[in-house]
Design a protein around this ligand. Structure first.
Ligand code: ADP
Ligand code: MG
Length: 469
């Protein structure tokens, strides 16, 4: 790699961000066209950029609209005139360029730089209270978040927001951060638990290379002790990583004990984080735990309308209705479907009005309303096992320990509820001659969920995962 290439690789995300700012590119256009672009090579005065796609329409559109932007940005950075060439992904280009993962780690690393004042808090500028749609699925989480934003460190500390993927946890948490920054002098830091883990590992790694190590750890601790508000996203990922877990709890205790505010998100309620030490489970629940559920139809419509408004594009109501009726369990997917429509209408040119038929065709791989979701026993088995962090074989085994018995009963219950398999058939899947065990398991769960709301939530979450897989 030559020096210019090294410089480009290390600043690639920043170059794209600059282009976004310089050219006033909207969020959606940026996410669809510019963000995925990968640096491929820089040889002589030819600068090649990889489009991680095979669609030639995409190549035409990007070449037509973004060549000059990149040329100008490169000129400002390197004072050299480059000829910018875009190429599509082929077998030969795979494994080159900067992969998503690498570029993510480059951009996520940027928040540790002290000079990066604007980004110091590491908050996504898009996620704000103003563009969060409140519905019956999230109103408690929303009110609690507003409350914490208005008086951080007082009540509801820590605030623990949990729920399935793509339902707005990061959006709400980030909104709290923006609000506090705009209304106080407090120092806010947003970090995903993966970033946190990487930092712990880095500090420990340095720790093994002599005296610089203790400095690295001290710096790490200083950084986390010197903030007023810690927003830690997707805490479930630190579970099972003992050093990270321990370091997190030091940070957590230090901050809470000095009256600082902590907001945590997770895919499940603390009481269901079985691998976590009981002390911490109860500390997580010591403030307020609030959940976010999938939105109902009216809320899905409102989210899509707001989204369309923010992009300043007109999409007919029947298309919005079609998306809202067919994508139910995940707001990210709702927006994703909308983005597909938007991208296609841009490729076709703004003057063509999109019809419902066109939209249905574009979304045919995403939405198939006439095809009932095929829920099979292996799918249920896989999702139940995944949820409990055990193997499918554990569930079908003869093991009788409590960690396995409950998931097995849930498996029996869901097979009966979600498929046409007979009790005998379910018994056979579990290698049992007699179906009375299955009936017993089914009855046990169906009785218990009437009074045990935690179990009800767990099962709803698993059902959601089954439906969206
Ligand atoms: P999670 O962190 O729960 O996986 P995100 O916060 O990343 O989900 O949300 C996924 C996408 O859906 C984001 O683009 C977010 O802005 C959007 N979204 C989720 N809930 C809402 C809502 N109530 N109003 C507006 N946008 C939402
Ligand atoms: Mg999230």
């Amino acid at each position: 790699m030559n020096d210019t290439e090294a410089l480009i690789r290390s600043t690639w995300e920043q170059i794209k961000e600059n282009i976004r700012e310089e050219n006033d590119i909207t969020d959606i256009a940026y996410n669809i066209w510019v963000k995925p672009l990968q640096f491929y090579s820089c040889e002589g005065n030819i600068f090649t950029i990889l489009i991680p796609d095979t669609n030639t329409g995409m190549l035409d559109y990007i070449s037509k609209n973004y060549t000059n932007c990149f040329q100008d940005a490169l000129y400002s950075l390197l004072s050299e005139k480059y000829e910018v060439v875009f190429i599509l992904k082929t077998k030969d280009t795979e494994n080159t360029g900067i992969s998503d993962k690498e570029s993510d780690s480059i951009s996520s690393g940027s928040y540790t730089h002290d000079e990066d004042e604007v980004n110091e808090s590491n908050l996504n500028p898009k996620y704000r209270f103003e563009n969060f749609v409140v519905g019956s699925n999230n109103n408690l989480a929303h009110s609690a978040s507003l409350h914490v934003a208005e008086s951080p460190g007082k009540e509801f500390n820590p605030l623990f927001i949990y729920g399935g993927s793509g339902l707005g946890k990061t959006h709400l948490m980030t909104s709290i951060g923006h609000y506090i920054i705009e209304h106080s002098n407090m120092k806010v830091l947003y970090v995903t638990s993966e970033q946190f883990t990487n930092e712990v590992i880095e500090s420990i790694r340095f720790g093994q290379t002599g005296s610089a190590g203790s400095t690295a750890m001290t710096k790490f601790r200083e950084k986390y002790r010197n903030i007023d508000v810690l927003l830690i996203d997707d805490i479930q990922f630190i579970i099972g990583k003992p050093s990270t877990q321990e370091e997190f709890f030091h940070t957590f205790n230090a901050l809470l004990n000095s009256g600082k505010s902590i907001v945590i998100t997770s895919d499940k309620h603390p009481s269901l984080m079985k691998e976590l030490d009981e002390r911490y489970r109860s500390r997580f629940s010591s403030g307020l735990c609030v959940d976010i559920q999938p939105p109902i139809y009216e809320t899905r419509m409102a989210i899509l309308q707001k989204y369309a408004g923010s992009l300043n594009i007109k999409v007919s109501n029947d298309i919005i209705d079609y998306i809202a009726k067919n994508i139910k369990s995940n707001v990210r997917e709702l927006e994703g479907a909308f983005n597909q429509i938007y991208a296609k209408s841009k490729l076709d040119g703004d003057e063509c009005e999109m019809t419902l038929e066109n939209a249905m065709d574009i979304l045919k791989d995403t939405i198939s309303p006439n095809r009932p979701a095929v829920v099979t026993a292996p799918l249920i088995l896989e999702e139940v096992a995944k949820y409990y962090g055990i193997s499918p074989e554990d569930i079908t085994s003869k093991k009788r320990n409590a960690e396995i018995v409950l998931p097995r009963q849930i498996f029996m219950y869901l097979c009966r509820e979600m498929t046409d398999i007979t009790l005998k058939g379910i018994a056979a899947l579990l290698d049992k001659k007699d179906h009375s065990t299955v009936l017993h398991g089914y009855n046990k769960i169906s009785d218990e969920i009437k009074t045990n709301s935690e179990l009800r939530e767990t099962i709803d979450l698993i059902i959601n995962n089954i439906k969206s897989s």
